[in-house]
Ligand binder design. Structure first.
Ligand SMILES: [Zn+2]
Length: 218
């Protein structure tokens, strides 16, 4: 079985393979038989721009960062592209792409990670692994005081926790929406609907309805 490569890549071919696997993964995040979703399709369009530019070492064609760039990595993490991360390799790439909060003075060692705000105005996190059990203890500090301490079972669970720290609360979810804003954009919604209904019926998208990796719900 093919395995998704772990960044950093350092060459064009590996960066291209990662990018194709990410686009394929996004396209397969639906049940077989379901039509391609508009937002899924648009996400593919956006991430399509953030692939490796030709002739380089795998740098993003859009933002010129080493691949995967911040944008592509965020989507790879949130969609749980099955990269065989270790806490160390994940922490390294989160730091390199500035996806961790307060990306300064991180500590990345085999059994110890530290990230977050170094002056603790916002949370600072320390994770330590017990070599005998493989369990991690994650402590949260704020304003000089220990705010939380929890146990995490193993490396995979710690990786999930690290990924959760890359998630931002992006407008408009959870935000207050000023009056008139929705009306300002709703005029485009009808046009989008007509365009998408025509697009979704084109053979190259219609045929993709037979693809999908999600299990049917209960
Ligand atoms: Zn990019």
């Amino acid at each position: 079985m093919d395995v998704v490569p772990v960044p950093p890549f350092g060459d064009f071919a590996t960066a291209k393979r990662f990018h194709h696997l990410l686009l394929l993964h996004i396209a397969r995040l639906k049940q077989r038989g379901d039509p391609v979703g508009l937002h899924q399709f648009l996400l593919g369009q956006a991430i399509g721009l953030h692939g490796p530019g030709s002739g380089g070492q795998g740098e993003c064609a859009e933002c010129r960062q080493p691949g995967p760039c911040r944008t592509a990595l965020l989507i790879a993490l949130l969609t749980r592209l099955p990269v065989p991360w270790t806490p160390g390799s994940l922490a390294t790439v989160l730091t390199a792409t500035r996806l961790w909060p307060g990306s300064e003075r991180e500590v990345i060692e085999k059994d110890r990670l530290e990230w977050g705000d170094p002056v603790q105005a916002d949370p600072r996190y320390r994770a330590e692994r017990t070599p005998q059990t493989g369990r991690w203890t994650v402590r949260t500090y704020e304003r000089g005081a220990l705010r939380d301490s929890r146990h995490v079972e193993g490396d995979a669970q710690l990786c999930d926790l690290l990924i959760s720290h890359a998630l931002a609360i992006v407008f408009p979810y959870g935000w207050k929406i000023d009056s008139g804003l929705a009306e300002a954009v709703d005029a485009g919604a009808g046009h989008a609907q007509s365009w998408w209904s025509a697009q979704a019926h084109l053979p190259y998208l219609g045929a993709w309805s037979q693809q999908g990796a999600w299990e049917a719900g209960p």
